[in-house]
Design a protein around this ligand. Sequence first.
Ligand code: NOJ
Ligand code: CA
Length: 638
Amino acid sequence: MNDPLWYKDAVIYEAHVKSFYDSNNDGIGDFNGLTQKLDYLQGLGVTCLWLLPFFPSPLKDDGYDVADYRNIHPSYGSLEDFTVFVQAAHARGLKVLIELVVNHTSDQHPWFQRARHAPAGSPERDFYVWSDTDKKFPETRIIFSDTEKSNWAWDPVAGQYYWHRFFSHQPDLNHNNPAVVDAVIDVLRFWLDLGVDALRLDAVAYLCVGEGTSNENLPETHAVLKELRARVDAHFTDKVLLAEANMQPEDVRPYFGDGDEFHMSFHFPIMPRVFMALRLEDRKPLIDIIERTPSIPDSCQWGIFLRNHDELTLEMVTEIERQYMWDEYAQDPQARINLGIRRRLAPLMEGDRRRIELMSGLLMALPGSPILYYGDEIGMGDNVYLGDRNSVRTPMQWNGGANAGFSAADPERLWLPLISNALYGYQAVNVESQQRNPTSLLNWTRRLIEVRRLTRVFGRGAIEFLKPDNHRVLAFTRTLGRESVLAVNNLAGTAQAVELDLSRFAGAIPVEMFGASKEFFVFLDGDIFLTREDIKANLLKCREHDFASAFRAICELEEDDTLRLLGNDDRWNYNGKYEPRRKKDLCDSSCIITRRGMRALGGWPETNGRTATDMSTRVEQSLKVFDSPGVARRLFHG
Ligand code: NOJ
Ligand code: CA
């Protein structure tokens, strides 16, 4: 973990302190509670925790309205509790990423109170952006379009309008003023000195303003950010700055500079396009955005995510695409907010485990460092009837008991009500029951993270799309040095045939990553495969190296015949133990890959009531994947 490029291999977990675990039973999660749950996070395998704002605040934007940059909101604990948390996280090898919300403050921040009382033109007043008219900067868009009609708000005390890009209670700091930048650098130093490893800079695109511009991505803003970075580099070697700039990739690219601005930046547009690709059953939206993403300096990294604490933002898609996303994923108008959708991953996937796995598999396999949103590892639901974006910020569901094990306060006292419906309620969806169940989403996610962390190829490797004729199949390789990973994803809800040209890997030995078996060649249902030893031992009709025969042999088994399988998750004892299965338990189908040039042999006749496929015609094809909505991966040793 001492590698200064640690963020390139990170698996980040975004958590809300107030929703994670309440240690003193006041209904609000706190730092002591979070510290108690670090073993859980370490067990999940994530390497970095991103915490939403926890500073003193009137909480009108859930803490993104900061009233004091150098303290902890009393509901969450004290600075001492925070320090204990950071040390405990570090002791477990976990990095800590916190928020630096300096585009704006709360109107309760002493800087603003001072500014509004100070005379116009004074250094105190100049901490914010003022105007005698609300008509200035007409080119600037409004972001919180549901609540705000203008980016200006009248302050009767100052007798002027102040500038705000978000809520009107969040005046924007004036970063054109070097005194503001100095003050912000002091804040940044304060937290880094406390041991924090990384800072997410909120709303970085809007720091500076300029007459006649959109007030976004201005050169002055980049100058400020470069100065922040230089000041970080002057004092520290392995601290990381992460940019929140909800922009197209070509507009975000300058935030990496020449490796002298941000280490990381979110890749916002990938996210809606993953959802679109899945619904359209077409890889195009996703490939398009990745291919149009400019390359970034070697020391830089994208941060990618499926869901977070905000709405699933549709700012970076076209009007038609936005309407499509709303129609498909948010029929209930209540689920829509601003230009987005306030729902969690599992309900967006209609609770379909295989789609959730596909999405999470993509999150782990696409370029960038993946960011998981708390609760999505167990498939938590949302509550779109809560205000603002609280729909996706409800308390973590630890167990099926009182208050989901989140707090011992009276249920009425919880800061937000728990999800309690029959599908996603804490009685049905919780950590404790999923820890007991080897096939749970939680255990699958844990295993997925483990596989991701086996190699640096996902964090640092190049991506190349294979583009087979069947546009419903998204296949790509990730390559770093002599190591390549092939990921094959069926975006469709039905079985798909596909032929992949893998000639460039001829002679390589495929290794299934979940099972780490070098001998595998049958891949069934995204998570089961046989070893050559299995075939020899159990399928006597199979001749060694004749996998076509092996395949036919499997097909000839009776429904109740027992196979010995080496599987890739807890169900199948991925630790290397063998588990007997019956053919009839194997539903759906997948592909066979041989070791000799990867000639494919065919598919698996479906056994769950659907028609068996005609194997004889398929055996001659070069490689086929049938119905693997889960993620198929192959690791090749060159
Ligand atoms: C971005 C944050 O993610 C969001 O939650 C917040 O409301 C805005 N910035 C304004 O601070
Ligand atoms: Ca508490």
